[in-house]
Ligand binder design. Structure first.
Ligand code: 5GP
Ligand code: MN
Length: 338
């Protein structure tokens, strides 16, 4: 964000405002951490700020400071719409296009208020009055830190805000291992620990929150893992029945796709998860190095995301989706194997 824009936003925030903050549908650690961290900061400045998520999120995120104040548009539509209509400023975090908010899309498109986008996904849309987009950033949480930093307010980062921001940097970097993790990321993390984020406790609350049935489901996913060495590719399927048999709850399959990527020699990993409710196969894609899963998903599975981590969907059956996927691979042989 350039200096003029920061000055304008500072001016905007110099008197109490009604603010709504919205992340993408099926919010993850970065989406929840960034929206809550920003919201707590804005509340500290004296604004009336509310986080509205399109829908529910995994229980391993249901402890993050301020989480109990989140409004879920899916269940609390009237109250959410009222707040959105009355808002002086709407922040949209961790997504690049209104379509990523699911059922909120049409309603958001109608709003003529000031929008501020903070996001690290590729190809951002141009709906916002102020767009802070940086695809090189590890996470939207890191961007929220830099946003507060640019406003000259790092001393206003409380232990609660530091905790929120730490969560999203940790989850979006795969615990500080992905390419997007820079020395600046580590400096931000160090500052957050100094400001009161309890790093060990945060890791435990996010990653050591397994249920027995979730671990068993992970076993099923591993059994279903298929490897296509000629394309350096591995994929996993999970049917609705397999999910149902293991009391599947939102978030239970988080991270499973990375198991394929942990195989030696594999640079492209995919998981196909049946969702009978939405009548789709939800797809998560991950890669290492130059192969762009963002492009692959945009081209073939109505999705997108980042260079090495993307999502998408298919309206075909599981069998047909996997067949389609396998049939596409030969046209990427050189990209995958060179
Ligand atoms: P995940 O596989 O963890 O759901 O998502 C990986 C990345 O891709 C995230 O940054 C997420 O925001 C993005 N993503 C997931 N699903 C979709 C989708 O359907 N469309 C687009 N454009 N991005 C997605
Ligand atoms: Mn993110």
């Amino acid at each position: 964000m350039n200096a003029d824009e920061i000055l304008e936003i500072k001016e905007l925030l110099s008197t109490p405002k009604k603010i709504v903050i919205i992340p993408h549908k099926n919010p993850d650690g970065d989406a929840i951490g960034s929206t809550l961290g920003l919201s707590l900061y804005l509340k500290g400045l004296g604004h009336d700020s509310t986080v509205i998520t399109p829908n529910d999120y995994p229980s391993f995120l249901k402890w993050i400071p301020g989480e109990e104040t989140i409004l879920k548009y899916e269940n609390e539509t009237d109250a959410s719409q009222k707040l959105i209509e009355e808002a002086d400023i709407i922040f949209t975090l961790d997504f690049n296009h209104f379509s990523r908010t699911g059922d909120m899309e049409a309603f958001l498109e109608k709003q003529a208020t000031t929008f501020i986008m903070i996001d690290h996904h590729q190809q951002p849309d141009d709906y916002a009055t102020y767009t802070y987009s940086d695809t090189s950033m590890s996470s939207t949480c890191q961007m929220v830190y830099h946003f507060i930093e640019q406003l000259g307010d790092t001393e206003k980062i409380s232990p609660e805000i530091a905790t929120c921001i730490y969560v999203g940097i940790m989850t979006d970097t795969g615990s500080f291992r992905f390419r997007s993790t820079t020395s600046t990321t580590h400096k931000v993390i160090a500052a957050l620990i100094d400001k009161g984020a309890d790093n060990t406790a945060i890791h435990e609350r996010i990653y050591d929150a397994n249920t027995y049935s979730r671990l068993q489901l992970q076993g099923v996913a591993l059994k279903n893992l298929k490897v296509l060495p000629e394309y350096k590719t591995a994929y996993i399927t999970l049917s609705q029945k397999e999910l149902d048999d293991h009391q599947f709850k939102k978030g239970d399959t988080e991270g499973f796709v990375n198991m394929g990527l942990s195989l030696e020699g594999i640079i492209f990993a995919v998981i196909f998860i049946e969702n009978k409710g939405e009548n789709i196969i939800k797809i998560s894609l991950r890669s290492k190095g130059a192969f762009s899963v963002n492009q692959f998903s945009r081209n073939h599975f109505e999705g997108g995301g980042h260079h090495n981590a993307a999502g998408g969907k298919s309206n075909l059956s599981m069998e047909e989706t996997v067949e389609k996927f396998i049939n596409i691979l030969p046209s990427y042989k050189t990209e995958l194997c060179d």
